[in-house]
Design a protein around this ligand. Structure first.
Ligand SMILES: NC(=O)c1ccc[n+]([C@@H]2O[C@H](COP(=O)([O-])OP(=O)(O)OC[C@H]3O[C@@H](n4cnc5c(N)ncnc54)[C@H](OP(=O)(O)O)[C@@H]3O)[C@@H](O)[C@H]2O)c1
Length: 422
């Protein structure tokens, strides 16, 4: 099988290395070698292409007669999307690591692949080296998926872990991540939860047959999480993670990315640093946790290679789960979750009682609380409570009522609590 590789960055270089290093294993598994016929990219990086032809003309890869499969490893949307569409239209199978194009155009691309009778391999698009796409589309394909919960952005997990382990502030943890090469120079895409939302949109489409739609994902990033929140959460028995959650409920499918308090004993609580993990709950096996490197050229190339081996063997292309079912999306206002509330108040008698009354008036029960005894110079003290689960809209109204209390002197901070991640 002859492949054309678009892009010559981290993942493409990892792929070239693994194709060489695992040559014997690949022939044993596929019954044929996988050869790189051509590489096309913007710049000619100093990489040994092992005899493959190099060109700057990425689009031309799709029409080459000596290429059977296109591997799109450029990232971005414009040129990458055009290449993938053109390759599929020319009857070539495609393997891509590009979550951005899948999260927006996945349905159209899978339809096109099916119409042309070719494969679209996307294992590398979510959680790097962790075989979570194969788990959803093959290993667990016949099971009813109930929930997928993931730590699917290694940069955010590194930062939250550093804040938790070393007591670092957000900015310090971010610059450490940048120094170590774990964060982009412009980190907004990761910190804002957008990258995780793209991956969650893909997981939801595969798990529940909803359209690939990154705009349907509720997104909140980690920039507002403070070292105080991490300290209070720990006192209450939780750590804070950026989670991507998609869940089937009787009312519809949830799709959300936000920071969340996770019980310290939960499996996901032990996923630290740049590691990723995806927990899949289904009606046959219960809870499964897939843990490993969510990024890195070599680890991600492992997923690309797995798709190539599958195509070389002639495996049937993956099908979209329940694609005949029209799944209803659950609006965020109807999603039920517990909340951690940090309420900065003036230290005066009766404040806690007034807060408890407002929550109770909204039908919200308090599960745990911290009220600092120590006096702070300006007499501001945080009252921290963890509530029972209520619909999002109810919590929003309650937070607005708390915010309007004269004793509340600063913004009420709210972070959702995910007991189901345990
Ligand atoms: N790195 C990871 O750990 C990881 C993990 C999971 C998924 N992915 C996905 O894998 C894909 C590749 O990521 P990467 O980390 O390998 O990226 P990268 O290191 O930035 O490499 C991208 C390569 O594509 C080339 N390129 C970009 N836009 C191009 C265009 N319009 N025309 C021609 N060539 C173009 C770049 O050329 P220049 O050399 O001129 O910049 C570079 O060689 C992305 O979709 C990414 O989201 C990456």
């Amino acid at each position: 099988m002859r492949i054309g590789v678009a892009g010559l960055g981290n993942v493409a270089q990892g792929l070239l290395t693994l194709l060489e290093e695992n040559h014997g294993q690949i022939i044993a598994q596929c019954g044929q070698p996988i050869e790189v016929a051509a590489v096309a990219s913007r710049s000619r990086r100093e990489v040994d292409l092992g005899g493959a032809e190099f060109s700057h003309d990425v689009a031309a890869l799709a029409t080459r007669n000596d290429v059977d499969v296109i591997v799109e490893l450029m990232g971005g949307e414009g040129a990458a999307l055009e290449l993938v569409k053109s390759a599929l239209n020319h009857g070539k199978s495609v393997v891509t690591a590009n979550k951005a194009i899948l999260a927006a155009h996945g349905d159209a691309l899978f339809d096109l692949a099916a119409a042309r009778g070719v494969a679209l391999g996307i294992e590398a698009s979510v959680a790097g080296g962790i075989p979570v796409i194969a788990a959803l589309t093959r290993s667990l394909a016949a099971n009813q998926i109930e929930r997928v919960t993931g730590i699917i952005n290694g940069t955010c997990n590194f930062i939250l872990s550093a804040m938790s382990d070393q007591g670092a502030g957000f900015e310090d943890a971010l610059s450490k991540a940048q120094q170590l090469g774990f964060a982009e120079a412009d980190p907004t895409f990761d910190m804002g939860g957008i990258d995780a939302a793209h991956k969650l949109a893909i997981l939801a489409a595969l798990a529940f047959g909803v359209p690939f739609d990154r705009n349907a994902v509720f997104v909140e990033g980690i920039t507002d999480v403070t070292p105080d929140d991490i300290t209070y959460a720990r006192e209450l028995g939780y750590c804070i993670k950026l989670l991507g959650i998609t869940r089937r409920t009787a009312e519809g499918i949830e799709m959300r990315v936000h920071p969340a308090l996770v019980p310290l004993g939960a499996m996901l609580a032990s996923v630290n640093g740049v590691m990723n993990a995806v927990q899949i709950n289904n009606n046959a096996t219960g809870s499964l946790l897939f843990h490993g490197p969510g990024a890195g050229g070599r680890a991600t190339a492992s997923s690309v290679l797995a798709d190539l081996v599958s195509i070389a063997r002639g495996d049937r292309p993956i099908r979209l789960a329940n694609s005949t079912v029209t799944a209803t999306m659950l609006p965020m206002a109807a999603v039920e979750s517990a909340a951690y509330l940090r309420i900065p108040v003036v230290d005066q008698p009766g404040v806690f009682a007034r807060i408890a009354t407002i929550l109770s008036d909204h039908g919200i029960s308090i599960e745990g609380a911290i009220q600092r005894e120590r006096a702070i110079a300006d007499r501001k003290v945080p009252i921290v409570v963890v509530t029972q689960p209520v619909p999002e809209a109810v919590m929003t109204r309650a937070v607005a009522a708390l915010q309007a209390l004269p004793a509340v002197v600063d913004r009420v901070r709210r972070i959702r609590v995910e007991h189901a991640a345990a």
